[in-house]
Ligand binder design. Structure first.
Ligand SMILES: C[S@@+](CC[C@H](N)C(=O)[O-])C[C@H]1O[C@@H](n2cnc3c(N)ncnc32)[C@H](O)[C@@H]1O
Length: 439
């Protein structure tokens, strides 16, 4: 528990000196949205045109964010504490049933409704960030492969198939989609079938094989549900979902094993999860010691928070119109240990704010195409409390369009982090247990 206290209360959590300002600076980016009609964006905005009329000098665009990850590397690698010492009893109060029925009952929103949502840009932004992460790791895998090698992907907790297009565009060869919510899996399968029938008619789109099944990935060994149980995966992607498994050690371990066991050496497990340190940092600064939030998101703790337990650190998460169910903090050092036990070596961990900053150069055009930022003219919106950061950013005002997120959306999206683990080679000991080579 000492480890928990230390790692949830590292230096950055107490240091809020420059955090807010830098976060605001980072939030506004010149995307070169130059008063053009929405439908023209794709064609009109190239990387070059961005730069020519850019109201923000390059060096200001990538302002160093001092709100670095709150957790020091030494804490992460610390050997004290961890799953072995903190064996928790599995919790059986039906959280997963609540989660499953929440997602099963979630209505599919139409394009019009989505556009009217207060979090439309944040959702697009998150989707863009996922596509950057997926593209980065697929590229790494492809770089190790020979031409014609298969690319097999597990979309763990696939939801309604929000990432199907990304898989299609990446030319993968086989996709496994699974989720606890049956309704979502059915919708995902339907979307896939529609996509494939479009591909039949197009000479450009590529086809890939697939399998779909609903199950609780924190209880079931997924391998046993695969058509080919000896299948080797190249990528396991678990987007905005892994944290549900941190209800108990047993569930987290089952989920990690599902992510790891069929990955071939050199393959990756990538995920986006809530950043427990950031959540705890905000909680410590909150006037309400059990709750944080703003107009679009709310987190209400229903567990001890001083310190929270390693597993079962439960909170009720509400995100405007999309999520309203129990979630669990992921104690990152514990996740790293569980992953190592299953041959997964941490290769990357970055807050959304940092990953955004890093991906922007390469992903700018796609960010524009996906409407991942709202087009705002600072002089017109500077008085709006949701866009006050623009006043700080453009001290003398500006009448040129910039892309940004509202303060509330930025606060909600920066609750998350990205992480990537690489599957290591192994030999076997004389009891038949794998011995991983963590170079
Ligand atoms: C926020 S949604 C993300 C869906 C999708 N990955 C995406 O990025 O669009 C979280 C998903 O995790 C699924 N989920 C939660 N707990 C799960 C579990 N124990 N086993 C499998 N899926 C689970 C939910 O049903 C839901 O579809």
């Amino acid at each position: 528990m000492t480890e928990m206290t230390e790692s949830y209360s590292s230096k950055d959590e107490d240091d809020d000196s420059s955090d807010g300002e830098n976060a605001q600076k980072l939030q506004s980016t010149s995307t070169g949205y130059q008063n053009i009609r929405l439908e023209q964006q794709v064609v009109s905005l190239s990387a070059e045109s961005d730069d020519s009329d850019d109201p923000i000098p390059k060096e200001r665009r990538f302002i160093e964010n001092t709100a670095k990850q709150t957790e020091g590397a030494t804490n992460e690698e610390s050997d004290s504490g961890g799953p072995e010492e903190d064996v928790a009893e599995p919790i059986t109060d039906g959280n997963m049933r609540i989660v499953a029925s929440h997602y099963n009952e979630l209505k599919e929103t139409g394009r019009k409704e989505r556009l009217q949502s207060r979090i439309v840009y944040m959702r697009n932004f998150n989707n863009w960030l996922k596509s950057q992460l997926i593209a980065e790791y697929l590229a790494r895998i492809k770089a190790q492969q020979r031409v014609g090698d298969p690319m097999r992907v597990l979309d763990l907790c696939c939801g309604k198939g929000g990432d199907l297009l990304k898989w299609e565009k990446a030319n993968i060869t086989h996709l496994i989609c699974t989720d606890i919510a049956e309704v979502s899996v059915d919708q995902c399968k339907k979307r896939y079938e529609e996509m494939q029938s479009r591909a039949d008619k197009s000479k450009f789109a590529t086809k890939f094989s697939s399998e779909f099944f609903a199950c609780d990935a924190t209880l079931v060994r997924l391998r046993e549900r695969y058509k080919d149980k000896s299948l080797k995966l190249n990528l396991v992607s678990c987007q905005f979902a892994f944290h549900y498994s941190f209800e108990s050690l047993t569930q987290a371990e089952c989920m990690v094993r599902n992510a790891a066991e069929c990955l071939q050496p050199g393959g990756y497990f990538i995920a986006t999860i809530p950043d427990a340190n950031e959540i705890m940092r905000r909680l410590r600064q909150s006037p309400n010691p059990r709750s944080i939030g703003n107009d679009i998101y709310k987190i209400d703790f229903v567990c001890d928070t001083d310190p929270p337990p390693l597993f079962g650190a439960k909170y009720q998460f509400h995100l405007e119109g999309v999520v309203d169910c129990p979630e669990f903090l992921v104690h990152f050092p514990t996740l790293v240990k569980l992953c190592r036990k299953h041959g997964l070596k941490l290769e990357r961990k970055a807050t959304f704010a940092d990953y955004y900053k890093e991906s922007l150069d390469k992903g700018r055009t796609l960010l524009q195409r996906m409407n991942g930022l709202e087009t705002v003219i600072p002089n017109r919106r500077g008085k709006d409390p949701e866009f006050q950061h623009l006043q700080t950013y453009f001290k003398g005002g500006s009448s040129k369009s910039v892309g940004t997120l509202s303060q509330s959306e930025w606060e909600a999206t920066t609750l998350y982090l990205v992480c990537a683990f690489r599957k290591c080679k192994n030999t076997w000991d004389n009891e038949g247990k794998p011995v991983f080579e963590f170079d």
